[in-house]
Each structure stands twice: as structure tokens, then as C-alpha cells.
Design a protein around this ligand. Sequence first.
Ligand code: COA
Length: 255
Amino acid sequence: MADTVAITDVEGGVRLITLNRPEKKNALTGAMYDAMREALEEADASERIGAVVFAGQPGMFSAGNDLADFMGRAGDGFSASPALAFIRQLARTRTPMVAAVDGIAVGIGATLCLHCDLVYASPAARLRMPFVELGLVPEAASSYLLPLRVGRLKATELLLLSQPLEADEAQALGLVNAVLPADMLLDQAVVQAARLAALPRAALAASRALIRGDQAQVEAALEAEARAFDTQLRSPESQERLRAFLTRSKPAASA
Ligand code: COA
């Protein structure tokens, strides 16, 4: 099996984390979460790596959590999942992170961007957070970070109504730094990551912490979400919605 997450260290102290499961639109499995978490842990521990770039495949950043994996998790729940371990690491990573988003970015594919220091998107980028539609709740501290960034009313459209966000609107809302042609996207993300990596490390770390605000609040939010997510993942309404997606059928009216 080809690596579903490719980790490449490129010039300029930049670590590239490339999602590589195109046949499933880069939906994330437990093994992929573990690979991404380890890549971030290593980046924080390394003096050589100064920034991380997340990238997907042409036209697809990520379809979010693998929904088959989720269905199978109803027993174990979300608390012990590789997804939550990744999310915890994502929120506490000290190495600057940059996202290069081309095409679909669903669920964690979108909420991951809220933790990135810089976000670049192609004109085809389309962010969507259909947690509630799936009988679930927001994750990765998005219920806290998104209202802070775009206001509570817009966050309600995005998180409760699962309204999609096109690249231009995401930029207008301040969720994306720039919209770039797809063939320039990754290069620009790597260039900007290398610029971050070249800055004096202590000054960068201190400034980054100041810009990012209250870390304890972010972690408290993601833990509160995780408890609610765990409950919902075990619920008949979410199991029915996940089943409906996987069997390409309509969910039962009661769910
Ligand atoms: N989990 C598991 N499999 C997924 C997936 C996911 N999140 N997203 C896509 N796939 C799979 C599909 O089941 C399909 O597999 P198959 O070819 O074996 O049937 C394959 O990837 C291609 O997906 P498809 O739906 O045919 O592609 P599309 O271009 O028409 O639509 C999406 C792409 C991402 C819009 C659509 O697949 C989708 O809505 N996925 C679910 C996203 C989601 O809800 N994520 C979780 C958020 S919490």
C-alpha cells in the first residue's frame, strides 16, 4: 500500500505533510491521523524543521474523517481515537503551520486550517463543516475558534447549517490569506513556510503564542467538544446518518 500520508522535508527547514489517499478523496483513517501527529511531534522536537506545510492532492485537500472508520468507532468512542490524539497535537504544536488547500476541505480538512498560521487556497477550494448534519458536533476547537474569527452568526451558518464556503468568501472572512492559481499554490505555501522557518526561533515562538491568544481556552474547547462528540458518535441519529452516506441512501426519517 502506498503511503497515505507522505512526509517530506524540503529545503529551508520546511516539512511537507501530503495527504495521499485520492481514491477516497483524502478521507482520514486512524493510520493517517497517527502519521500526521507523529510528523508534528517530530517537527516540534527538531531544530532543523522550522515550519510545516499541509497539502492534499489536486482538487482535494481532504474529505475529513473517514466515515466508515467513524461508524466502526461507535463502540470505542471518540475519546481514545487517533483523530482526537491528532487534534490535541495540532492545537499544541509550536512549529508554525501553513495549509495549501486545493478543492474540497470537509470536516477536519476545514477545521485544521483554523490552527494554521497561514492558509492559501486555490479558486476551487471549498470548505464545509457538516458535523451537525451527520448527527455529530464540531471538533478541533472550531466551536470556539470559528465564532472568534468570523462572528457567531456566520459561524452558525457554517457549523449548524453546514453552509459551504468558497475560496473568495473564505478569504473575505479572513480564513484564507490569498487565493492563488492551483499550480502556484504549493510553491507559495512552501516559500512562506520557509520565511517563517528562517525567523529567529525564540522571537517567532513568543510572537506566535501572543497572536494565537488563550491556549488554555482552545484546549478546553476541544476537550468539551470531544466529550459531546463521543456521546453523539454513539447515538442512533449519527449512526443512521453515517450509514446513509456509506450506502448512498437517504437517512431514515426518525434520525
Ligand atoms: N469517508 C469515507 N469515504 C469517503 C469520504 C469520507 N469522509 N469522503 C469520500 N469518500 C469516498 C466515497 O465513499 C467514495 O468511495 P467509493 O468510490 O469506494 O464509493 C470515494 O471516496 C469518492 O467519493 P465521492 O462521494 O464519489 O466523490 P464526490 O467528488 O462526488 O464527492 C465529497 C466528494 C467529499 C463532497 C463527498 O464524498 C462527501 O461529501 N464526503 C463526505 C464528507 C464528510 O462528510 N466528511 C466528514 C465530515 S465530519
